[in-house]
Ligand binder design. Structure first.
Ligand code: NAP
Length: 283
């Protein structure tokens, strides 16, 4: 694997480029992006070796797509058209149903592997790229059987070499489960941030009272709307289902407060403390 093309060199594309370069110094990472300034930043940060365009994909051994999921759905068929017969395309998108669907009948479907590396931060763009982001994290791979065996092996080896565990899932199960553990957490953080900003807009001093609990709970509200809006759009029905359940829990909590039922509130929190056991070993 000599020529790797990274389409999108933000947090995910840039961090993958860093880890791959560290692991395989002989590889040439070619960067493709909409904006010239993004490519210049990526070059300056040593994330890529060269600038490239879609026409250069005919030379690609591997193409890594790390752009917003709506842009991936639009561009993926063209990327598959442009790569050589031996080329492999992987995407890092946070939703999988629409992405898998758009190429289900593509003549080069077997050159594509759908994945979602479960790793990230709230930052975006080339400057957000960090080494070791994927170490010990899970890479969810969808519809592995639809990818040529040799290309599957290549991809899975690369991602396990950068420290990832591989987990297989169908796209529907991926989108349903990820709505709970990732998409709902982001909405909850955005709306918590909004609630506090709306209330305290004219009282900057109040933020001096904000401790690490507030900071860690609203951390995800710093995330990029350009990346998240297409995720919510593609996973709309699953996200709405999680929101219904979340709102029901919030309403129930409020009702217990109104009823002065603090024994029940204690029990709600005590049973949710079980999250410690679940998360033990993840963070
Ligand atoms: P990011 O840091 O914002 O980088 C996105 C990149 O995509 C930028 O290089 C940008 O380049 C390009 N881009 C933006 N809009 C585009 C469009 N409409 N068409 C083509 N290119 C566009 O985002 P990221 O966090 O790396 O996320 C990339 C992908 O990884 C997304 O599909 C996301 O769902 C997935 N993902 C994210 C996380 C996370 O925690 N952030 C985790 C796992 C997977 P220009 O500036 O040149 O437009």
């Amino acid at each position: 694997m000599k020529n790797i093309y990274s389409i999108g060199i933000g947090l995910i594309g840039g961090s993958l480029a860093k880890d791959i370069k560290e692991l395989k110094p002989e590889v040439i990472i070619h960067g493709i992006s909409r904006k010239e300034s993004t490519l210049n930043d990526a070059l300056a940060l040593n994330l890529i070796d060269k600038k490239a365009t879609l026409d250069d994909l005919k030379n690609a051994d591997l193409v890594i797509i790390s752009i917003p999921v709506d842009a991936t759905v639009k561009l993926l068929p063209t990327i598959l058209d442009l790569i050589p017969e031996t080329g492999l395309v992987v995407d890092a998108g946070s939703t999988k149903v629409d992405i898998c669907k758009v190429v289900e009948n593509h003549p080069k479907r077997r050159n594509f592997l759908a994945m979602h590396p479960i790793a990230g931060t709230e930052h975006s763009g080339p400057a957000a790229a960090i080494s070791g982001l994927f170490q010990g994290k899970t890479n969810i791979v969808c519809e592995v059987e639809k990818t040529t065996f040799k290309l599957q092996e290549k991809a899975l080896k690369l991602f396990s070499d950068i420290g990832m565990r591989i987990r297989y899932m169908n796209p529907e199960a991926h989108d349903k489960h990820i709505a709970y553990v990732s998409h709902l957490s982001h909405i909850s953080s955005f709306m918590l941030g909004k609630t506090v900003i709306d209330k305290e807009r004219n009282e900057r001093d109040i933020f001096d009272m904000a401790g690490s609990g507030f900071a860690s709970t609203v951390r995800l509200a710093k995330s990029s709307p350009a990346m998240w809006t297409p995720i919510f759009k593609q996973n709309k029905s699953n996200v709405i289902e999680t929101l219904d359940e979340y709102i029901e829990n919030l309403t129930h909590f409020k009702e217990l407060m109104e009823q002065d039922n603090f024994d029940a509130i204690y029990k709600e929190m005590e049973s949710t403390n079980y999250i410690k056991d679940i998360l033990n070993g993840i963070h």
